[in-house]
Design a binder for this molecule. Structure first.
Ligand code: NAP
Length: 353
């Protein structure tokens, strides 16, 4: 039997909405009760958009061969089956944008909210009960879904109000991966060589700017990216010291490219940030890092087993961090980077507006 404070804590986490299996928290649960009504301690949101996590969106795009009708059906099926937008293949979610329609008093005070405020979830969609009425449109280029529906927030769920000075789509995209630049800013030290794998993606571009701000002229930033367009974007951003075009799922070819781009000199990094959206890039990340260095695996496609056994097999004592999506800054580092770097804002505008 739980004590009263324990019961309150579990309710704040949303355990009362878990249907299956009983006794687990909402994120690992298979199915949530998504009844679109706010019970005591809950806040009800009118949802207008979902920004699907890149690993999840890429998986659905590939499964449906880019057919948006098939994608709509696929996404509706997931939400109907699970009561939340929690991709069963990738295990990841994304973020939502919506308006407060019913407000729990404690939640309102904590976040200084009133009814009618537009908010962005900083909690993964894999945690939040979602009721999907209709999908209007799927934006393939920006992993975004325009929809009609409702979501429930529990008292513990982080969120933020939409800032007035930046466009909505840009803010949502940045907040989806806001943990990456915030954590990188805390991990990187001036004087270090830092490599970003998947540097041309949303998290990658933000991470490059966070590193530029943190390292200043004391350090080296190496950007590894696969696609031609993303490479051009990294060049336009103008903060990477070395840019390498390579496929991180092919570690030996990648090392060859690194040697060439670094003219034979040492290229091993003190810190490697993995922000790709595809599996099988753990080995490349380990091989790019000094044996006593650190790796931040922010990618949702990371396999703990492959990373741990890979480092063991290569006799590297490298310290590996899991990219926890939560940072107490509530996304402010990511949003400030958009304000501080006009070239970043331009690239985000091209991609997301
Ligand atoms: P994104 O915009 O799709 O960026 C991924 C980048 O990786 C793209 O530029 C992509 O290039 C590149 N890439 C793909 N395959 C590659 C390869 N084989 N070698 C080198 N580069 C490759 O994704 P994002 O929104 O920035 O998200 C990055 C990752 O963070 C995703 O895995 C996402 O699921 C994860 N995530 C984690 C958290 C967390 O809490 N830890 C939260 C949100 C998101 P192309 O242009 O060719 O595709």
């Amino acid at each position: 039997m739980q004590s009263l404070p324990e019961q309150d804590m579990l309710r704040d986490l949303g355990i009362h909405r878990v249907i299956e299996p009983r006794g687990v928290l909402p994120q690992p649960a298979w199915k949530l009760d998504n009844t679109p009504v706010a019970y005591p301690t809950e806040t009800l949101i009118d949802v207008q958009r979902l920004h699907i996590d890149s690993a999840s969106f890429t998986q659905i795009v590939n499964a449906c061969e880019r057919d948006t009708t098939c994608m709509s059906r696929h996404i509706t099926d997931i939400v109907t089956e699970r009561g939340k937008m929690h991709n069963p293949v990738t295990g990841s979610g994304g973020v939502l944008i919506g308006t407060v329609v019913q407000l729990d008093e404690v939640f309102g005070t904590k976040h200084q909210l009133t009814i009618g405020d537009t908010i962005v979830s900083l909690t993964s969609l894999s945690w939040l009960p979602l009721y999907l009425e209709h999908i209007h449109h799927i934006h393939l280029k920006r992993s975004e879904i325009e929809m009609v529906g409702k979501a429930i927030f529990f008292r513990s769920n982080p969120m933020t109000k939409l800032p007035g000075d930046l466009p909505q789509s840009m803010v949502v995209a940045a907040l989806d991966v806001a943990g990456a630049p915030a954590r990188v800013a805390a991990l990187a030290q001036p004087g270090q060589r830092v490599t970003v794998v998947g540097a041309g993606g949303t998290a990658g571009l933000l991470t490059l700017c966070a590193l530029h701000q943190r390292l200043g002229t004391y350090g080296e930033i190496i950007a590894v990216e696969y696609s031609e367009q993303a490479l051009q974007d990294i060049v336009a951003l103008g903060v990477a010291d070395v840019i390498v075009q390579a496929d991180a799922t092919r570690p030996l070819d990648l090392l060859e490219q690194m040697r060439r781009n670094c003219s034979g000199r040492d290229y091993l990094s003190d810190l490697t940030i993995n922000v790709v959206n595809v599996p099988n890039t753990e080995f490349a990340s380990i091989l790019l890092t000094k044996p006593e260095g650190r790796i931040l695996f922010f990618s949702m496609a990371t396999s703990f087993t492959v990373a741990a056994l890979g480092a063991e097999g290569m006799a590297r004592q490298v310290e590996m961090h899991i990219g926890n999506g939560y940072m107490p800054d509530h996304g402010s580092v990511a949003l400030q980077l958009l304000r501080d770097y006009p070239s970043l804002r331009t690239l985000f505008a091209e991609r997301f507006e």
